[in-house]
Design a binder for this molecule. Sequence first.
Ligand code: APR
Length: 340
Amino acid sequence: MKAAIFYGPNQPLKIEDVPKPTAGLGEIIVKVSACGVCHTDLHYIDSGVPTFKKPPMILGHEASGIVDEIGEGVTQFKGGERVLLPAVLSCGHCKFCRTGRENICDNMVMFGNNIDGSYAEYVKAPAKDTFLLPKEIPLEEGAIIADAITTPYHAVINRGNVKPGDKVVVFGCGGVGLNVVQIASTIGAYCIAVDILDQKLEYAKTLGAAEVLNPTKLDRIDKEVRKLTNGGADIAFEVIGNPHTMELAFACLRTGGKLVVMGYSDKNMNLNLGRTMYREMGIVGSLGCRPVDYPRVIELARVGKIKVKELVTRKFPLEGINTAFDLLRKGEGIRSVVLP
Ligand code: APR
């Protein structure tokens, strides 16, 4: 089969012929329809964040497809069914899995990180972790549910605990941040979107942002947010991965507010612990999404409460994957998918 192979940082992926995987016990082979192009891949390619599986390997963790082959013991799927693969697989038996926190599983396995992913014609997946994709959700665009939509869902609902009427500020309106805006707005929060690119702010408006702010045009974003929210946001989301914007997002909060860290950075942020204590501030991280939330997200997409089709702004053949990464580096569009 054809696959885009990652040989290590600072080099483009190479399209090569590799053996098609075969399904073992409890596994299925999925013919990949689409795989979303995510910033996480750029951490491996541009920033040298190591993958758990040693390269050469296949990246790609946001995939939809058609069941192509069924392994021994699989009874819940038939060949030809449309499916969504979760970005991450959990073990089901560690203390986190047993207490409903599968997204921080001790033994988590991520597609395109611990095991081969979906920048390929076929991918192998455990049947127990795979979801049926309803016919109302288009296969190509539906792929991005697997990370760009489920990750924000978990952050907004489970980590931010956003409620209708809450005032929310979102730093970073990329593929992930825009869906924080979309989901928070959909459940009735007043949402302020922040990004340095006006185009991203335009997208944020179409996805429900009540206000948009561009830090390149304003001196003090935190002051502006305080003004708009009458004292500070209840919940701030940082979806960039930059210690400076983490500090800024924290500065936008009211007393008792909470910062949800979604962006990845290996650097420290400055934090006044006195303010954190005296004002009962909260800071939580948010990672991925629990499998138990996927059916809810899929249903919200099926009935159109969450927009999916509108989020895919470019489609590339597998051979165009490095161009898709270039677009992501430049911050163009919302989400690209490759169609292997
Ligand atoms: N202030 C405001 N916005 C900024 C700033 C800044 N200083 N710097 C960058 N941005 C905006 C970019 O313009 C872009 O729209 O942040 C957005 C980042 O989006 P993407 O590059 O598309 O990244 P995305 O896939 O959304 O992931 C964001 O979350 O899951 C993590 O690893 C991921 O750290 C990454 C983050």
